[in-house]
Design a protein around this ligand. Sequence first.
Ligand SMILES: *Cc1c(COP(=O)(O)O)cnc(C)c1O
Length: 238
Amino acid sequence: MGVKQVALADNITAVRSKVNEALTVAGRHPEELTLVAVTKYVDAQTIKELIAHGVEHIGENRLQEAVRKQTVLGDLKNSFKWHFIGSLQTNKARQVAAGFDLIHSLDRLSLAEALHKASRMLEKEIPVLIQVNVTGERTKHGVAPAEVGAFYAAVRKLPGLRPVGLMTMAPDTEDPETSRPVFRELRRLFAQVKRDYHPGPHWRELSMGMSNDYGVAIEEGATMVRIGSAIFSAGTEG
Ligand SMILES: *Cc1c(COP(=O)(O)O)cnc(C)c1O
């Protein structure tokens, strides 16, 4: 337990310093970046420990497990903003909309419509990121790059939803440079929506970069990085 806590503190410190380094390289301000700690590997007790380390954003990819952890946390769950980053079944739309602050994985119109309906029932606007399958890998979810504009336009017609940006997952790779063109393409698509549809100031998030490539993602304009193993692995990193 003690050892694990030390590793957690060390890992978070290492991640933060690498984040700051990448921001400096890119000439960007720290306020432009949200660090989302992906807690899918750990239990509610470990999430609780994150409060002391100043972590404010939590990412989970499975609804049932996330809800279980939130229940264990009780009121402490309000210490965090909750990000839903996993693939989302349409029949779970309402539960996810109720329990999370931002959904990163809007990837099809039927889901947008279900979330819109949920927003009516919950009487709240639901912020979403459109997930893009930049590389076209069959195993990955997301809207095709060529369809992002039209998809955005369709989502915007649903007043219960507030599309705030784009999200992508780069291919699994050891070399972070492999991800760079993927992140660049996402940023280009983001700018294209801005140019073609004038979405206004809410259109501002690029969720890209995980443990192995967040430095590159920040250099390429990420506003949200989703980091799991670099924070929660047993050995110290960096
Ligand atoms: C697990 C996961 C992450 C974090 O991955 P790490 O490589 O452990 O940092 C980020 N985004 C999504 C969508 C995930 O499922």
